[in-house]
Design a protein around this ligand. Structure first.
Ligand code: MN
Length: 263
């Protein structure tokens, strides 16, 4: 077990003053949390997930007191969880609606985390919001709301169906992702996002897109350390069925990259 990879996972943040039911008790507190499906997905691939707590201006500890480089040195890779919207301010826009103001605190925390892991040469993998944030960190922009800004696009989120809403993606030939799936040119993935990549940061290559509307669904850094992300939620897929993509090779590739750094 000594050689088991330890994967840092960015925290999802629950704000008690946000929309939702007032349940009292622990729900009156700000919570950093790790979704169980994410933890189990990493465990299934043979890694050990640990959540890296978020800090902000109101924390007892200030951000400057937290040495993220220490986390990056101790952990073998970084996985960015899905969750709250990226704040439009993080890519130089004002929110078109108050509901789309996003989570600036989490943006700052995760951008610093990504930088620390990249500086340490450790691989970074993003899921959903993680893909969007990576694009923003590298200078790209987002649609704040797909159905408002691209009314011709297909449906990419449906609260009632949640992870059961699926669509096809095309894997871009010649990319690492396509190489992991030599038998496939298309795959079916879940879709639980109302934001999406508008301008792709030049540092990234699009590895998969939605053939119905051209939305980017997977990206990878063209050069440098392993940084890749998908717009769908691999942790909700259940193995390889005709309906959904088998995410195991993708997870293995990320963990192999972490293993290679450890040496
Ligand atoms: Mn989608």
């Amino acid at each position: 077990m000594k050689n088991t990879l330890i994967i840092g996972v960015s925290a999802r943040i629950y704000y008690p003053d946000g929309p939702g039911l007032d349940l009292g008790g622990v729900w009156t507190r700000k919570l950093d949390y790790l979704e169980q499906s994410i933890a189990h997905w990493i465990l299934a691939g043979g890694g050990m997930p640990v959540m890296i707590p978020a800090v902000d201006d109101e924390s007892l500890v200030q951000h400057s007191a937290i040495d993220l480089d220490y986390y990056a040195a101790k952990l073998d890779g970084l996985l960015l969880q899905g969750g709250n919207d990226v704040a439009p301010e993080s890519y130089g826009e004002a929110p078109l609606q108050p509901a789309w103001r996003g989570d600036k605190v989490r943006d700052r925390y995760e951008i610093a985390l990504i930088q620390a892991f990249m500086d340490a040469g450790k691989p970074v993998f993003g899921i959903c919001r993680g893909l969007q944030l990576l694009n923003v960190k590298f200078g790209g922009t987002l649609f704040q709301d797909i159905s408002t800004q691209r009314p011709d696009a297909r449906m990419h989120v449906d609260r009632a169906q949640y992870e059961k809403l699926c669509h096809d993606v095309e894997l871009s030939a010649g990319t690492r992702l396509a190489e992991l799936y030599p038998e496939r040119r298309t795959a079916r993935v879940n879709s639980i996002h109302h934001q999406s990549i508008k301008d792709l940061a030049p540092a990234f290559e699009a590895e998969a897109w939605c053939p119905e509307d051209g939305m980017v669904e997977a990206i990878r850094l063209r050069q440098g350390p392993y940084v890749a992300a998908v717009q769908w939620h691999p942790e909700f897929h259940r193995g390889s069925t005709s309906a959904t993509f088998d995410d195991a090779p993708m997870l293995k590739d990320f963990l192999d990259a972490a293993r290679a750094v450890r040496g």
